[in-house]
Design a protein around this ligand. Structure first.
Ligand code: TGC
Ligand code: FAD
Length: 389
């Protein structure tokens, strides 16, 4: 039986036919090409089905909401639906696309020179080049403003020193967007993989997001030409502006993971006979399913409204924080509940609930932890920042 996405409030009716078409196309791709191989990659830590990259590019999924330079120029809702469908497959798949599009193509598109855009955007959109985003450091995750990576001006180049950790796709990237502190402010640099003094290494031992490559980046006296500095932004708002894009995609993606877990739990509970009748017929099981369906519906409405606001230019970043925080939280709780409803079967990789559950632990942490988004909202509501002390 094919996957059935819950649509209790007929949200489909509010989608344009092109938006539905995009969603259905990505759903079919995930079903046919990605799901048959995901478990094999998850069993190896830090492995991704790289052979699917040309197909993902052909579907226009890298930087799908960007205009020009070979990008698909879709609206924000279509972009969100792409993220939803990719994460229905696996958070690692959505991560691959959201880093490439939201964290690498977006800053080049928004802050880059014309030369940088021409050089990188078509190649990144076609999947002929892969990129990564280096903001987090071993000692500075939630507080990137404290970063130790330094860029010192030396004539027409910059000398970069520092370490970035937890960087998705670092070892397979042709270009890293590296954020570094200069004498005056934070600046973004396009660091090519073959620059002397630059090295990326895989990180192993993950329980979570195993179907994704996570790396450390080492920069030792790396000389980066001034022409590789992103000229149109400075300060922390540069990287934080990129995070907005990726957090928006995660808010949609989390719905996809939740839909997969709900569908699995519903099916399983109808088929599983316990005490001579289907599990789904017991009140406790129905309570769980009713709660899941309600939370998914609320999450769907949140992101649809968010997407329409984004397209109208009315989005504030604290709205994105609310959606990322809420949707990842409910998706994680739904994944745990689905795993529980599957009993012992829930712990094996024939089923998706536990894979989504452990992935969502990462999703709760990256792109701003649940706590950080709570504090962003707290600041927005009260006018008082509670990040320190
Ligand atoms: P704060 O004073 O809040 O802001 C400094 C400047 O930035 C502006 N700003 C934003 N602009 C755009 N979008 C946002 N979301 C923005 N948030 C803030 C702000 O207006 C200000 O502008 P200006 O012109 O006045 O200079 O800075 P703060 O130091 O107080 O920030 C605090 C905090 C905690 C909110 C911020 O540091 C934060 O968001 N921390 C979380 C870090 C984080 O999310 N890291 C993610 C790393 S990348 C990643 O995880 C990728 S996962 C990849 C995958 O999907 O695989
Ligand atoms: P910390 O900041 O040390 O937080 C530890 C705990 O303290 C958390 O519970 C947090 O919520 C809490 N905390 C923090 N501040 C406060 C506060 N003010 N008040 C109360 N509690 C607080 N980064 C990139 O730059 N690029 C990437 O591509 C990337 N990919 C990633 C992929 C994976 C698989 C993972 C796990 C992470 C990735 N990250 C990436 C890093 C990610 O963004 C950081 O892990 C995240 O921002 C949190 O930072 P941290 O791990 O240092 O946790």
């Amino acid at each position: 039986m094919p996957f059935e996405a819950l649509d209790f409030y007929r949200i489909d009716d509010d989608l344009a036919s092109e938006e539905r078409l995009v969603r259905d196309t990505v759903r079919a791709f995930v079903e046919k090409e990605f799901l048959p191989c995901v478990v094999e990659h998850v069993r190896q830590d830090g492995s991704f089905p790289f052979e699917l990259v040309p197909k993902i590019a052909e579907l226009g999924l890298f930087g799908a909401n960007l205009q020009g330079y070979g990008c698909a120029g879709m609206n924000s809702v279509a972009y969100g639906l792409i993220m939803q469908e990719l994460e229905r497959g696996d958070s690692g798949l959505r991560s691959f696309a959201s880093v490439q599009g939201g964290l690498v193509m977006f800053p080049i598109h928004t802050y880059g020179s014309e030369e940088q855009k021409e050089r990188w955007l078509p190649a990144l959109a076609q999947g002929k080049a892969i990129g990564c985003f280096g903001l987090t450091e071993p000692d500075f995750g939630s507080n990137p403003g404290g970063m130790l990576t330094r860029a010192v001006r030396d004539g027409d180049r910059w000398i970069l020193n520092g370490t970035k950790r937890w960087i998705t796709n670092g070892t397979i990237s042709d270009v890293a967007v590296v954020w570094a502190q200069t004498e005056n402010d934070i600046q973004g640099f396009l660091v090519k993989k073959d620059f002397d003094g630059f090295e990326a290494r895989d990180m192993k031992g993950k329980f979570s997001l195993r179907g994704s490559i996570t790396s450390e980046l080492f920069l030792q006296d790396v000389a980066v030409p001034e022409s590789n500095r992103l000229p149109n932004v400075s300060g922390l708002k540069g990287p934080l502006g990129c995070l907005n894009q990726a957090r928006y995609g995660i808010a949609w993606g989390a719905v996809g993971a939740a839909l997969a877990c709900f569908d699995e739990a519903l099916r399983y509970s109808k088929e599983r006979i316990i005490f001579d009748r289907p599990l789904a017929g017991f009140q406790l099981a129905q309570q769980k399913l009713a709660w899941m369906a309600t939370e998914i519906t609320k999450a769907q409405l949140l992101v649809l409204r968010l997407g329409r606001l984004k397209d109208q230019g009315k989005l504030h970043h604290s709205m994105v924080s609310m959606a990322k925080m809420n949707n990842v939280d409910i998706a994680l709780r739904i994944a745990r509940m689905a795993r529980d409803m599957l009993g012992a079967n829930g712990i094996v990789d024939d089923y998706c609930a536990m894979r989504h559950m452990v992935n969502l632990e990462t999703v709760r942490t990256y792109e701003g932890t649940h706590d950080i988004h709570t504090l962003i909202l707290g600041r927005e509501l009260t006018g008082l920042a509670a990040f320190e002390g």
